[in-house]
Write a protein that binds this ligand. Structure first.
Ligand SMILES: O=C(O)c1ccccc1N[C@@H]1O[C@H](COP(=O)(O)O)[C@@H](O)[C@H]1O
Length: 218
């Protein structure tokens, strides 16, 4: 049996409107990312996140995204919102990431020539999965920056996500050639930061599923 994933898991990140959340659910995403990062145009406050959560259909996971946050803030969001998973995007260490008692995605910055992706991943044995993103260390994500897929490390002991600059126009090639376990997208399905575009969301999912069905040599 092939060890390739049967279908690529999809996370849509940085949603701010209930209608976008409902459409993402209808399109079959696996997870929806809520951003709690200061300075992000997609940042949510907890009351707004509650309002969005009400639009998330059953069987779709909420991922709460943080970057070097005060642990009290993370605990507050976890208690209030009860996300299925956390995502850490900054310089958080392993002990911090696992201290909240929830599975977490560890983001690995791929634009930094000084970061060795395999070495960084090895420092997070408790991570549920790794997310390789196109930003440099210390930068926020959500900027549509791609990275050289040749820099991806070999097989890790955890599922890997690719993020950074994915769009409906390039996601087929990325999924088809890199065969990640999952992908994560924000700006590539937007008309403006935080405002998702229904047509782009739909076409993005269609392209992922088209790649899932393509034979390796296609
Ligand atoms: O989306 C944001 O605003 C954000 C802010 C701070 C840290 C991470 C953020 N987003 C993450 O970046 C990836 C890639 O975004 P894009 O597709 O290149 O626009 C996104 O999937 C989020 O996980």
């Amino acid at each position: 049996m092939s060890d390739l994933p049967f279908r690529t898991r999809v996370k849509f990140c940085g949603l701010t409107r209930p209608g976008d959340v409902r459409l993402a659910g209808e399109l079959g995403v696996d997870a929806i990312g809520f951003v709690f990062v200061k300075g992000s145009p997609r940042r949510l406050e907890v009351p707004q996140a509650h309002w969005l959560k009400a639009a998330v259909p059953p069987m779709v996971s909420i991922v709460a995204l943080f970057m070097d946050a005060d642990p009290d803030h993370v605990r507050y969001v976890v208690e209030e919102l009860q996300p299925a998973m956390l995502q850490f995007h900054g310089s958080e260490e392993e002990r911090y990431c696992r201290s909240f008692g929830l599975p977490y995605l560890r983001t690995i910055p791929m634009r930094d020539p000084h970061t060795d992706p395999a070495e960084m991943a090895a420092r997070f044995p408790s991570a549920a999965a790794f997310l390789f993103d196109g930003h440099a260390l210390g930068e926020q994500g959500g900027g549509g920056l791609r990275f050289d897929l040749a820099r991806l490390p070999g097989p890790l002991r955890r599922p890997t996500f690719i993020a950074g600059g994915l769009t409906p126009d390039n996601v087929y090639d990325v999924v088809h050639h890199a065969r990640p376990w999952g992908i994560d997208v924000s700006s590539g399905i937007e008309s403006a930061p935080g405002i998702k575009d229904g047509a782009r969301m739909r076409r993005f999912m269609e392209e992922v599923r088209r790649a899932d069905c393509a034979a390796p040599g296609d």
